[in-house]
Design a binder for this molecule. Structure first.
Ligand SMILES: [Zn+2]
Length: 168
């Protein structure tokens, strides 16, 4: 074999077509804005996942998805804000067949309780995942999905989870 291996640039290929810059600004100039401030962190780079914001105990390291003052594990007072793991597994789930009032999801869809890799269990819709692939223990990752556009044309995004690549 005398063929030489083509040398490619390290890193990821440049995004093509419509996409989003690391700042969350799409190539058309519209921005992605969170549905609710303070719930999650937008990804800082193209290859990063969004993360829910929780709290962490500086004494024992336990993490919680909802704001609290006292650690449930060691009773330490004074928990710190932290970004939670963007990956986890489906702990349990339900398939929604009736459209809840005001819901932006199209039925049928799955709502999962996801156990994050760093401990907390959070509830969110599953997107980009066939319903028959949803199971307890399915590895998932956080993603953002557009729920509507605001008056300025920005994409209003909410957090959801999807099957991790290669895990379906
Ligand atoms: Zn603690």
């Amino acid at each position: 074999m005398s063929a030489t291996t083509p040398i490619s640039e390290p890193g990821r290929p440049a995004p093509t077509g419509a996409g989003h810059s690391p700042e969350g600004r799409s190539v058309e100039g519209a921005k992605r804005v969170p549905l609710r401030e303070g719930l999650f962190e937008m990804p800082a780079a193209l290859d990063e996942l969004p993360r829910l914001i929780g709290v962490r105990c500086p004494a024992c390291g336990a993490r919680f998805a909802t704001p609290r003052v006292i650690c449930l594990q060691c009773a330490h007072r004074g928990l710190e804000r932290c970004a939670l793991s963007p990956t986890g597994t489906v702990w349990t789930f339900t398939i929604v067949h009736q459209q809840p009032p005001g819901s932006v999801m199209q039925v049928p869809y799955a709502i999962a309780q996801v156990e994050l890799d760093d401990g907390p269990i959070v509830s969110a819709a599953l997107v980009e995942t066939p319903l028959d692939a949803v199971r307890v223990g399915l590895p998932v990752e956080m993603t953002l999905h557009t729920v509507r556009h605001d008056a300025d044309g920005n994409e209003v995004v909410a957090h959801a989870f999807r099957a991790r690549q290669g895990a379906r």
